[in-house]
Design a protein around this ligand. Structure first.
Ligand SMILES: Cc1ncc(C[n+]2csc(CCOP(=O)(O)OP(=O)(O)O)c2C)c(N)n1
Length: 279
């Protein structure tokens, strides 16, 4: 069970990650704000508490791996890697430029990236392969795969889910960022997947259900996933798309959008205020 100080530390880092996302996308440049902000606490909990990774040794063969299957929200992963010092902060101004190394979807040329993703539905399969290979090499490393609630309509996710259970991949943890919205509307209107927790269980997984902005609950679930042997674990995390930026919350309008100067300033000031009250 994480101590209150540790929880507060991660909550504050989540604010820093959101601020990094907004600064990276900047004014007038289109970027995936909504699904980046919904993942902030989960990314902070993984990168700054749970995962065994050394920012100075990101190629260590026994490092834990994080795969962003919902690759379009890579600004939140860049934000974490910038905060850890793996990606130089000054690179963030080159997001989505040909000359920069922060592409619009994860690319292994970027420091800290474990896989190329972005064509939705593939990340869990990559995670299954990695977890199998790591087991073969007797590595203690764990593999974390973040998916979107829109993304999981892809059939390949469920093939990977069956394979993970078949191979008893208890080093694999899936996380569904269930923010309720996808690119063009609410997930329930486009392709609702009812009884999601029960569905993962039926596919042979240990399935947990948390509030994805509750850092203590997220950390507990990650610990429970690690303690669960013989089956993979999925954490279905209820989140808010655009969390922390009021005008971007609970809408697909800021799924992939640009900010005016006024919106940019408002977003950063709201995030700073959220961090201030966590002092
Ligand atoms: C195979 C594939 N089809 C379509 C897209 C285009 N696309 C990018 S993001 C997105 C919606 C994803 O929604 P969700 O998984 O809920 O992500 P989040 O809300 O967390 O951003 C779509 C359809 C894609 N990247 N890959």
């Amino acid at each position: 069970m994480a101590k209150p100080d540790e929880i507060r530390r991660i909550q504050r880092i989540a604010c820093d990650l959101r601020a990094n996302v907004i600064k990276m996308i900047g004014v007038g440049k289109v970027g995936h704000i909504g699904g980046s902000c919904s993942l902030a606490e989960i990314a902070a909990a993984l990168y700054f508490s749970k995962m065994r990774i050394d920012p100075n040794d990101m190629k260590n063969k026994d490092r834990d791996r994080f795969l962003l299957s919902k690759g379009h929200t890579v600004p939140i992963q860049y934000a974490a890697l910038i905060e850890m010092g793996v990606i130089p902060r000054e690179h963030s101004s080159g997001l989505k430029t040909l000359e920069g190394n922060l592409q619009g979807h994860p690319d292994m040329k970027t420091p800290g990236m474990e896989a190329v993703t972005g064509s939705l539905g593939q990340g869990l399969s990559i995670g299954v392969g990695m977890a199998l290979a790591l087991r073969y090499k007797k590595s203690p490393a764990r593999v974390y795969v973040a998916m979107g609630d829109g993304e999981i309509a892809e059939g390949q996710i469920w093939e990977a889910a069956m394979a993970a259970a078949r191979y008893k991949l208890d080093s694999l943890t899936g996380i569904v960022d269930r923010n309720g919205f996808q690119a063009t509307g609410a997930t329930r209107d486009i392709f609702e997947i009812p009884n999601l927790v029960e569905k993962w269980r039926a596919f042979g997984w240990n399935a947990l259900h948390v509030d994805g902005h509750d850092v203590a609950a997220v950390l507990n679930a990650l610990d429970e996933a690690e303690a669960t042997k013989g089956v993979p674990t999925v954490i279905v995390a209820d989140t808010v798309k655009g969390k922390g930026v009021s005008f971007a919350e609970n809408t697909s309008a800021f799924h992939n959008a640009s900010l005016t100067q006024a919106q940019y300033d408002q977003a950063l000031s709201e995030i700073a205020e959220a961090k201030r009250i966590l002092q």
